[in-house]
Ligand binder design. Structure first.
Ligand code: NAD
Ligand code: MG
Length: 345
């Protein structure tokens, strides 16, 4: 039996994780949390809101699946890494923000760190065949692929929430529309695989079938293909190193062409801003994430327009003190300072 603690159980990833856990008798859900939505009839240990540390200590999980959205996922990420409990990580924001602090905790704890984000799950599987030369992350392009800035001035939250290939929670869906999601994923890949930013490429791939690709020095490239269905990477992370069966059907490669394009960095500046934050290092990625979280919420609340998200994040990156966080308290402070720099709309 593998004891699973699930954080963010009521969300998009959380609900799909419960489906995966229910399908495997050897997976035992021993603890579950959510942010504010009640959790009905799940694990014997459940909690809504608050610090999950005491719950995790009592549950003694073998695997922590962190499916919380946003910087709020920091506590369970650091708890699992520090204690050497296997971390199945959907909450990319915590790794982006904590960066070197998370890697140091991982080194001290010595446990597993298995990405659930589909692109990183793909890269994790493709990167096991040698020393990667470079990585390719794919992006669907979101609902506004092919549009120009002029087209995007008046788009509504509902239009931005209509993702063409993935069904996800609201924050990551808006991030997919701005390409901030791919920006966060470039930083996530840098920390997960130790590859420098100039060797992490992003390609727009509308069908969302090729999730990631690793290039090796002999000219070979290894790609991971599959339907856009998060139950596959969730199942991989929870049953690793076994590859348990799922009900996801086999891929029909004749269904549609697998085309790839360069991203439009002018219309979608959040991708370039993430690279800039990543290259600057220190707590700049934390500031990028914090400013983006605030700006996305303002957009979802109808207080700012879609095109105002990137300039707000740019402004915070220009003004913030991005020196490295020495410890977690420092990091929480860096997150708060970046949030405070976003003007109230
Ligand atoms: P969601 O909004 O559907 O669910 C978020 C979950 O986190 C909910 O259970 C919510 O109650 C909980 N939560 C929110 N605020 C919290 C807080 N302050 N403290 C504790 N819990 C809180 O989000 P999602 O789409 O499931 O995404 C979860 C994470 O997985 C995100 O980091 C996202 O980027 C990542 N991810 C999601 C997908 C996807 O398909 N949904 C794919 C790849 C990565
Ligand atoms: Mg992803």
């Amino acid at each position: 039996m593998k004891r699973i603690a699930l954080l963010g159980a009521t969300g998009s990833i959380g609900r799909q994780a419960i489906e995966v856990i229910d399908a495997h008798p050897e997976l035992d859900l021993v603890a579950a949390t959510s942010g504010s939505t009640p959790i009905d009839g799940l694990a014997p240990l459940t909690q809504v809101g608050g610090d999950p540390t005491a719950l995790l200590e009592r549950a003694e999980p073998d695997v922590v699946l962190n499916a919380v959205v946003g910087f709020a996922g920091l506590v369970p990420t650091m708890w699992a890494l520090e204690r050497g409990v296997t971390l199945a990580l959907a909450n990319k924001e915590s790794l982006v923000a904590a960066g070197d602090l998370a890697l140091a905790a991982h080194a001290r704890g010595g446990g597993g760190l298995i990405p659930v984000d589909s692109e990183h799950s793909a890269l994790f599987q493709c990167a096991r065949l040698g020393e990667p030369e470079s990585l390719v992350l794919t992006a669907s392009g979101g609902p506004f692929r092919g549009r120009t800035s002029d087209d995007l001035a008046d788009v509504t939250p509902d239009e931005a929430l209509a993702h063409p290939t993935w069904s996800m929670g609201p924050k990551v869906t808006i991030d997919s529309a701005t390409l901030a999601n791919k920006g966060l994923e470039v930083i996530e890949a840098h920390f997960l695989f130790g590859v420098p930013y100039d060797r992490i490429e992003v390609l727009i791939h509308p069908p969302s079938i090729v999730h990631g690709l690793v290039r090796y020095r002999d000219g070979a490239s290894i790609a991971h293909l599959g339907h856009p269905d998060m139950r596959v990477p969730i199942s991989y992370a929870l049953t690793y190193p076994d590859r348990a069966p799922t009900t996801v059907p086999a891929l029909d490669l004749t269904a549609r062409p697998l085309e790839f394009h360069e991203p439009d960095l002018e219309t979608f500046p959040m991708l370039a801003l993430a690279r800039e934050a990543g290259e600057r290092g220190g707590s700049y990625p934390c500031a990028y994430n914090a400013a983006n979280e605030v700006a996305v919420q303002q957009f979802l609340d109808g207080r700012i327009g879609f095109l105002e998200i990137a300039p707000l994040v740019q402004e915070v990156l220009d003004r913030v003190d991005g020196s490295p966080a020495r410890d977690l308290a420092d990091l929480v402070e860096a997150d708060r300072r970046a949030r405070d720099l976003v003007p109230v709309a």
